[in-house]
Design a protein around this ligand. Sequence first.
Ligand SMILES: Nc1ncnc2c1ncn2[C@@H]1O[C@H](COP(=O)(O)OP(=O)(O)OP(=O)(O)O)[C@@H](O)[C@H]1O
Length: 236
Amino acid sequence: MSLLELEKLGVRFGGLVAVQDVSLAVEEGQIYGLLGPNGAGKTTLVNMISGLIRPTSGSLRFAGEAGGPWPIADAVSRGIVRTFQQTRAFLGLSVRENLRIAAAASGRAADAAELIEAFGLGPVLDRPAGDLPYATLRHLGIALALTLKPRLLLLDEPAVGLTGGEVDRLARLIRDWNLRGVTVLLIEHNVRFLMSLADRVAVLDRGRLLFEGTAADCQRNPEVIDVYLGRRKEDA
Ligand SMILES: Nc1ncnc2c1ncn2[C@@H]1O[C@H](COP(=O)(O)OP(=O)(O)OP(=O)(O)O)[C@@H](O)[C@H]1O
């Protein structure tokens, strides 16, 4: 049984079909990568899975339970937790207060000391989140999500804006928490970073699933190279 199964999930915004007929399965324990050019529908798909927007078609099963997607609070209570491209934290409150609020919002908060240590938040616990260096704020965003003890952690472009060393550190953290049992769905434009982590990859193009398979097969797939990787190489 897969942890997450999407069955022909789709959404339209007025006349725009942002996501169409996306079916895929994420197994418990996987790091699953979601690739695609700008506007392909990746964030919209994650918004549907996490209950932020309602699909106009299709359905979702999670941990064997049919009837999803569920509204965001119900999704979180089932263990579906996401981060955002722009870290969402109370910027005027300290790191410690942010972690406390996340813990209070969760009926089953994770061990704060462990997260503080792993994400290097100890020295900044009393600083307002709004004053943190960029990479530390990104770490806080993930630590806040992990406070909710997700079974499935949806990461929306966690490496954006990070330097090479920071990206490597982030990769280690994601791998560590995955090894502790958190299944990860990772949206990322940094192809090298994503491929180094992902067991399986889906590629979206104009709202449709273009490819689904192993990271190795993805990098060899001519359509993917043409639509996404090739374009990226030209951009580089
Ligand atoms: N709330 C909305 N209302 C109208 N159109 C939207 C809305 N959200 C997304 N879209 C459109 O849906 C399409 C998919 O957008 P989405 O943000 O999901 O793409 P993406 O693959 O995550 O892109 P990026 O890599 O740039 O973040 C785009 O054409 C976008 O403009």
